[in-house]
Structure formats: C-alpha cells, structure tokens
Design a protein around this ligand. Structure first.
Ligand code: URA
Ligand code: CA
Length: 436
C-alpha cells in the first residue's frame, strides 16, 4: 500500500485500535520478505500481547500467514480432509492411534509432519522406530497412497507458513509467545496451509500443558474455533486433561508399542477414550457418519474387528516399514536397561506432573533440545499408575528404559514428579469441555 508505514501501524495497535485486513496483509508480506525488520515486528507483537486482536484481525493474520508460503493442494484426494492438532502435552500418543483408526473407517488422513523439539520426538521420529519405515516419499506417491489406503505421512516439504516460522522464533525471544491471538493464528495457519478442510483441536490443559489453566485453554480453543468459522474450515475443539501424562508410555518406540496395543483394543483406558472422542469428531466432520454416536460405534467396531490395526499395518508396509511389529512389538528398538522406580510408602497417587515426566524422558535421550540433537528411539518411561491409583510401599510406579546404566538423576526427577497422598484421591476428568 502506498504510504503505509510500519511505525504508524505499531502506534495504532499500541493505542488499542484494530488493524484492517489490508494492513495485516501488508505487515506479514513485508515481514516475510525482510522489508520490515525484527525490531518493528517485536514492537508490534508486544502491542498485540497487551491489546489483543479482534476475531476479524486474528482471522486476517491467520490467512496472511497461510499465504506467506506454499499451500498444499489436497484436492486430488477424495473426501473431506480432516486434520487433528494437539497443543503440546507429554507422551501424547493420540496422533499415532488416530491416523490408522479413522483411516480404517474411511476418513482420508494426509499427514504432513515435522520432527520438532520436545520431550520425545515428533510423530515421524516415533514411526521411524519401526524398522524400514520412512517418510521420504514424493508428493505424487503421498497423494496416491492416501487415495489407496486412506493414510500416508510425508516429511515437511516445501516452505509452509514462513511468516509463522519467523514470527514464532521472534516471539520466543521477545516474551510474546503467550498471546491467545498469536498462538491461535500460528497453529491454525499451519493446519490450513497443510491442506485441511476441517480441523479437530485437542487443547490440553493442566501442569503438563502449554495452557496450564482451564480458563486459558478455553480462550485458546474458542479463538481457534472462531478462526475456523471465519475462514470456512469447520473447526471444533476438545479441552482435555494433561495434568498427568496420557496413557502410560513416554518415549518413541514405547509410544508406538502403546499405540499398537490401543489399536488392538488393549490400550490404556484414558488414551483409548480420548482417541474415540477425538476420532468421532473427525469421522463426523469427514461425513463418514451421520452422528457422533454412530461415528463412535464405527470406531469401536474397527478396533474390535481388527480393521484398525490392519490399517496401521498397511500404512507401515506402504512406506517401507515392517508391519509384523504390530504382531510382535518386541521387534521395535529396546533399551539395554530397565529400572523400576518404587514407592517409598503406601498411599494413593495424587499427582503425576506431566512435564516433569517429560523432562525425565528427555534426559534419557528420548527428545531433542536442539534441532541437531540425535534421538534415542528406544528409551523413555513407562508409568504403571495413574492419579487415583493405590500404591504399596516397594511397588513400582514406573519403569525407566535406558541405554545407560546410571539413571539416578532420572529416578530422582520421576520420584519428585509423582505425589502420593495417604487418603483416596479422585482422578481428574479426561475431557473438560467441547467447543463447537
Ligand atoms: N504452538 C505453535 O505452533 N504456535 C504458537 O504460537 C504456540 C504454540
Ligand atoms: Ca502416552
């Protein structure tokens, strides 16, 4: 726009006015191209942090970031492409389970995934613990596999949402990450650029989550649902508990093993239940069932009759993986040492601080702190107890899987993460709210 100046737009936001769509597009284009320097973008991010954004501004920011780079065209895939996104969390095995599960009832799953930083690897790292499995497939092969098998996963290709990459990195070092419109637009821009027609969000809340408080999680969920509505992508959100890790396993191969058990109907209750809940919404949005109840029934049946695990095997084999790991999960990488962590007294589990358990897994080598770090796919932690469970003195509440004999620090970290109470404890709910 002729005559537009970044300094004036910063001042406008600083004073609490709303930016127009054209102004937001101009800013994101200029910032992506390098015409707007980091120091001005930092000032704007801080103004947004304090002043917020209207729904209209947030939607405009999202779409400006979507169009800052490549947008994946999934139109050659038949059906409604529904993507799922979980915000943070520890040892979150839902993606591994949900992909094959919903694919087995006909929902196309065209997943593009990265490696990322964190307590454990990303979905791709986890799947690479299956011997031979790889995501280096061409885009044509990827689209063909989704049409044929309803599921495929490809490594991040091309240049999706470069504006978000740059802005997120800038926010990270300018104390402006924690702004609802900035987080919501960041997450939604990536899903939309990756080709999603409809989006199911799993917003975690609790000690192990990005949004520690329910009220914050609700605001974030609502902001993302609002964006979806405004930009023509059906979007809904489930707010789920991450005050303790989901399921029992935290680690890469360990989570694949847990996903296999869940797809066969022998998984942890909480992981199974959350996958059925999120999965029902995916099936419903993909128009593969006329109601949520019917969607859930289809998914339960797919687990019972073996089609869910069969879809997982087909998916693995199609991308070079050994499908027999589903029959014999001991073929997955195994750690050299296992070390039980035992309770020092009788009691009830009152809390398992999820991000502390995640940190313990990271210390074992399950995750990356820096992009260049190598991951040990075999290591991690398997919990044996959940909040509310009874433990006896000397009983193991967790097992450390390690490739180093000395796990003293990890053991101390875990012991500190698990709180016992002498009196019975009511476990937290798994799902707090659903926002549509
Ligand atoms: N995750 C994202 O992708 N973006 C944010 O801004 C925060 C969390
Ligand atoms: Ca898990």
């Amino acid at each position: 726009m002729i005559g537009m100046r970044m300094v004036d737009l910063i001042a406008k936001k600083r004073d609490g006015a709303a930016l127009t769509n054209e102004e937001i597009e101009w800013i994101i284009r200029g910032y992506t191209d390098g015409d707007i320097p980091d120091y001005q973008m930092s000032a704007l991010a801080m103004a947004i942090y304090f002043r917020g954004m209207t729904k209209e501004e947030t939607a405009a920011l999202t779409m400006a970031m979507v169009h800052s780079g490549e947008v994946i065209d999934l139109s050659s895939i038949r059906g409604v492409k529904v993507d799922k996104h979980s915000t943070g969390g520890v040892g979150d095995t839902t993606t591994l389970v949900l992909g094959p599960l919903v694919a087995s009832v006909g929902v196309p799953v065209a997943k593009m995934s990265g490696r990322g930083l964190g307590h454990t690897g990303g979905t791709i790292d986890k799947l690479e613990s299956v011997p031979g499995f790889h995501v280096e497939i061409s885009k044509d092969e990827f689209l063909r596999l989704v049409n044929e098998n309803k599921i495929a996963i490809i490594g991040q290709t091309g240049d999706l949402t470069p504006a978000d990459k740059k802005l997120y990195a800038l926010r990270d070092v300018t104390a402006t990450v924690n702004s609802i419109p900035l987080i919501a637009s960041s997450i939604m821009s990536k899903k939309i650029a990756a080709g999603a027609d409809a989006i199911v969000l799993d917003v975690k809340t609790g000690a192990g989550a990005f949004m520690k408080e329910l009220a914050e999680a609700r605001q974030l969920a609502q902001a993302m649902v609002d964006i979806g509505k405004r930009v023509g992508r059906q979007t809904m959100a489930v707010i789920s508990d991450m005050s303790q890790p989901l399921g029992y396993a935290v680690g890469n191969a360990l989570e694949v093993k847990e996903a296999i058990a869940t797809l066969k109907g022998n998984g942890p209750h909480d992981l199974t239940e959350l996958c059925l809940t999120l999965g029902s919404h995916m099936v419903y949005l993909a128009k593969q069932a006329p109601s949520l109840d019917e969607a859930r029934r289809l998914l339960e049946q797919a687990i019972d009759d073996g089609s869910a695990i069969a879809a997982f095997k087909t998916f693995l084999a199609a991308q070079g993986g050994d499908p027999s790991v589903a029959d014999d999960p001991d073929k997955l990488p195994q750690a050299a040492y296992t070390h039980p962590v035992t309770a020092g007294e009788d009691g009830y589990v009152a809390g398992i601080v999820a991000d502390e358990v995640g940190t313990a897994a990271m210390w074992l080598g399950a995750g990356r702190a820096k992009k260049e770090d190598a991951i040990d796919l075999a290591v991690g932690i398997v919990l044996h107890k959940k909040v509310g469970d009874r433990v006896r003195k000397g009983e193991a509440f967790a097992t450390i899987h390690s490739n180093r004999p000395d796990v003293r620090k990890v053991e101390e970290k875990l012991a500190a993460a698990i709180r016992l109470s002498p009196r019975p404890v009511v476990p937290p709910p798994l799902v707090y709210e659903t926002i549509v």
